[in-house]
Design a protein around this ligand. Structure first.
Ligand SMILES: Nc1ncnc2c1ncn2[C@@H]1O[C@H](COP(=O)(O)OP(=O)(O)O)[C@@H](O)[C@H]1O
Ligand SMILES: O=C(CO)[C@@H](O)[C@H](O)COP(=O)(O)O
Length: 484
């Protein structure tokens, strides 16, 4: 049996799979995000560790005793800065933190190498500009940085004592030579850093360390190997069979992501398409990334007094798709693809005297779907073909949202058993390859299909005018809402 642990933004998910990919154990523990200033988004690394321990201990002890390997996946890009004693120097700066927009412009001006070697526009979500921000605004902390780790790699350090990272997550730092799958001294030097401050690089399917004796005892798990693992999106891809060229997924977590597997490095920085390594050797991927997706559901539920996601979906369904004039721009934390705008903020437009909580709920589901449709358009305009999307993340629990998403994006959606914890599934499968061998094609097979949603032609037609208004709204809303 293999344990996959996903350090998500809203919580840690731990899943145990048998060698055939069947789920035999599961545990979760919630996390919160701190936003002490506009644009900021942080978590305390100690909270990742506590939530990881709680999620693992929620699994049946008998199942834990049978674990033969562990894989890690996690929210990408988070800057976790450690001093010489390997203790965090400050809270981690997360993937949806927009404070470093000025540093992004400065780094882009200094060198074009981030786009060529790194394959991407410098965006505030990535780790490199976060370190540049710390260098400028917290020089006393920057001077003490001995090691920079990503969230799941900090948890790995606590589990194994090893400082290691896989290629898919490391590419999201923007210090990786993405084609060569090695640290780029050029990109590190642009931020005043060296390779000595970076973890050792491994492939996601490699063994990267062994569970420490004290942790093994506390967790009731043998001292098993821990695999390289993955950034959460690549991990989700490994979990639902998105492991060959052209296969694609839609992740509905705190963020929304369209991920396409590639058999070559295909950078396309124009319009904020991301190009990173896959967690599998000799594979890469492209992504469109949307900073607020399922998180908008929790946000509007809180705002309107709904008890949670389930009640919110009931309210939306009562309003019905494309029935009201309300349009929601989901830029609560800014946006990456296609706008690369950390400062834009969200908006409701088209409210009238009949607007009520149900219609706001429906508008939120549609607004997130329109933002994802923008991302799919950008990928398609760049020549990437997407035939269907496997759905992963917490938002995969709603069939109703799927109907709106399929129609807004005009693409078929495939729901797979366990897809809502896709990155944890993938992490467990990477552990299986690391321990038992086997190819990704043999081990990372898609779980059984639970259902499919084809775009409903009538709903596509009825959503079209709202989608056109949504597309036109960004350029008008951006200057009115800029947060700094
Ligand atoms: N029944 C449900 N239907 C749809 N979405 C849901 C449901 N329950 C929870 N969610 C959404 O799942 C999201 C969390 O998804 P998850 O993939 O775990 O995120 P992350 O990896 O960012 O922690 C929450 O924001 C919540 O809105
Ligand atoms: O920044 C990105 C990808 O570039 C996000 O997708 C994060 O990796 C967070 O993922 P979730 O917590 O939403 O799953």
């Amino acid at each position: 049996m293999f344990l996959g642990i996903d350090i998500g933004t809203s919580g840690v998910k731990a899943v145990v799979l048998d060698t055939h990919g069947a789920v035999v154990g599961q545990g979760v523990a919630a996390l919160t995000v701190q936003r002490p200033h506009p644009l900021w988004s942080e978590q305390d690394p100690e909270d990742w560790w506590k939530a990881t321990t709680a999620a693992v201990l929620a699994i049946d002890p008998e199942v834990r005793r049978s674990v033969r390997g562990i894989g890690l996946a996690g929210q990408m890009h988070g800057a976790t800065l450690l001093g010489a004693n390997d203790k965090p120097l400050r809270s981690a700066i997360l993937w949806n933190d927009g404070r470093s927009f000025a540093e992004c412009a400065a780094l882009e001006e200094t060198t074009g190498d981030f786009r060529t070697i790194g394959g991407n526009i410098v965006m505030p979500g990535f780790t490199a500009p976060k370190l540049e921000w710390v260098r400028r605004h917290e020089p006393e902390i920057f001077a003490q940085v001995a090691t920079v780790l990503l969230p799941k790699d900090y948890v790995r350090l606590r589990m194994t004592g090893e400082k290691a990272s896989d290629m898919s997550d490391s590419a999201g730092t923007l210090w990786l030579d993405v084609a060569g799958r090695r640290w780029s001294e050029t990109l590190l030097a642009a931020c005043g850093l060296t390779q000595a401050q970076m973890p050792r690089l491994v492939e996601g399917t490699d063994v990267a360390g062994t569970l420490r004796a004290d942790i093994a005892e506390a967790w009731g798990i043998p001292q098993v190997p821990v695999a390289g693992g993955a950034g959460d999106n690549a991990g989700g891809a490994a979990g639902v069979g998105v492991v060959t060229d052209g296969k694609a997924l839609l992740s509905l977590g705190t963020s929304g992501v369209i991920f396409v597997a590639n058999d070559a490095f295909r950078p396309n920085p124009a319009r904020a398409v991301h190009a990173f390594c896959h967690c599998l050797p000799d594979m890469w991927h492209q992504m469109s990334v949307h900073l607020s997706a399922a998180s908008c559901i929790d946000w509007v539920a809180r705002l309107t007094g709904a008890s949670g996601a389930a009640e919110l979906f009931q309210r939306a369904e009562a309003a019905g798709a494309a029935n009201g004039p309300e349009i929601f721009l989901p830029y609560l934390s800014g946006e990456r693809t296609p706008h690369n705008d950390a400062q834009v903020r969200g908006a409701f437009i088209g409210l009238d005297n009949d607007t009520d909580a149900n219609r706001l709920a429906q508008a939120v589901l549609e607004g997130v779907a329109f933002a994802l449709a923008d991302g799919l358009d950008v990928l398609r305009e760049a020549g990437t073909e997407v035939a269907e999307l496997a759905v992963i993340g917490g938002g995969a629990r709603s069939h109703y949202w799927g109907e709106t998403l399929a129609a807004a994006m005009d693409v078929p959606l495939v729901y797979l058993q366990g897809g809502e914890v896709g990155p944890a599934l993938g992490a467990a499968r990477l552990a299986q390859i690391a321990v038992d061998g086997g190819t990704p094609a043999e081990v990372c097979v898609a779980p059984p299909v639970s259902h499919r949603i084809a775009p409903n032609a009538e709903l596509v037609r009825r959503l079209a005018p709202k989608k056109a208004t949504f597309k036109a709204a960004y350029s008008r809303i951006s200057p009115l809402t800029a947060s700094n």
